[in-house]
Design a protein around this ligand. Structure first.
Ligand SMILES: C[S@@+](CC[C@H](N)C(=O)[O-])C[C@H]1O[C@@H](n2cnc3c(N)ncnc32)[C@H](O)[C@@H]1O
Length: 260
């Protein structure tokens, strides 16, 4: 069973080193989401660059932040300040940033309402947040299949439905809009952005999830080899509908939102 005493901070710290190794693959798969978010924030970004401003890259996990710093250095990105920040307690003054971009973060936060209110507080008047979260589980077999199998085989309890935090906690566009509106964002727009996950083999898929997927990763890592092999055999059958020339290709849907 998964360790119920582990909080989301401990999970992020535990997964960060292997997440960093997988970052190039994650960036490749998530290109459409990144492009959507940057496009929606472009007016703010242009203004910021024009005034010689900078970017604060943040995460509450120091290890995740360190990975971001390394990637930034590899790419020669300058003008970035890397800061450990808990989204529910942002140590920045009111009205101090032009735009906020948060990919695959908010849905995991137990203090989501507070985090969105903090985001609005630090944004200047008219400044925008662009966010991405995962869409409905039935449209995201990449995470949902292995999650369902781990529950079925007794390795973890079924996920609690929203508002409990989790991969799919903000999948409903209505709820996401309501949350943003409740945090005093007036102008809210959501849009689905589709992704494709190329998967060479089920074995590689399980290894990738064990390296990256938060609580699921930690459950997978603890499985005895025989149980992991049995899980993979079952997944082979479930993956059949997603066969492609080069292994498998799973579809995915994200919910993106922009609000000011
Ligand atoms: C799925 S990862 C996404 C990482 C990165 N944003 C990306 O898109 O590649 C989720 C991240 O949210 C961070 N996180 C979760 N709760 C947080 C909070 N309350 N404040 C700041 N970061 C948080 C975790 O540490 C983790 O790095």
């Amino acid at each position: 069973m998964s360790d119920p005493t582990m909080g989301d901070y401990e999970v992020a710290e535990a997964v960060a080193p292997t997440w960093a190794q997988r970052a190039p693959m994650i960036e490749q798969v998530c290109t459409p989401v990144r492009e959507w978010m940057v496009r929606e924030l472009r007016p703010d970004v242009a203004e910021l660059l024009g005034e010689g401003g900078g970017l604060i890259a943040s995460d509450f996990s120091p290890t995740m932040l360190e990975a971001a710093r390394r990637r930034g250095a590899e790419r020669g990105v300058e003008n970035v300040e890397y800061r450990v920040i808990d989204a529910a307690r942002i140590e920045l003054p009111d009205d101090s940033v032009d735009g906020v971009l948060c990919r695959f973060g908010y849905m995991l936060m137990p203090e989501l309402t507070l985090a969105l209110a903090e985001t609005r507080r630090v944004l200047r008047q008219g400044g925008r947040v662009a966010l991405a979260v995962w869409g409905a589980p039935e449209r995201n077999p990449f995470f949902a299949l292995v999650g369902a199998k781990l529950v079925e085989r007794g390795h973890m309890p079924p996920p609690e439905p929203p508002p409990a935090p989790g991969i799919f906690a903000m999948a409903s566009p209505e709820r996401t809009r309501e949350l943003l509106t409740a945090a005093s964002f007036d102008d809210v727009r959501t849009e689905e952005v589709a992704l494709r996950f190329p998967i060479p083999s089920v074995e590689e898929y399980v290894a990738f999830v064990a390296d990256t997927a938060g609580p699921l990763a930690l459950v997978l890592r603890q499985l005895p080899a025989a149980e992991r092999a049995a899980l993979q055999a079952e997944l082979e059958e479930w993956f059949e509908p997603f066969s492609a020339d080069d292994g498998f290709e799973l579809p995915g849907v994200t919910l993106c939102a922009v609000a000011s």
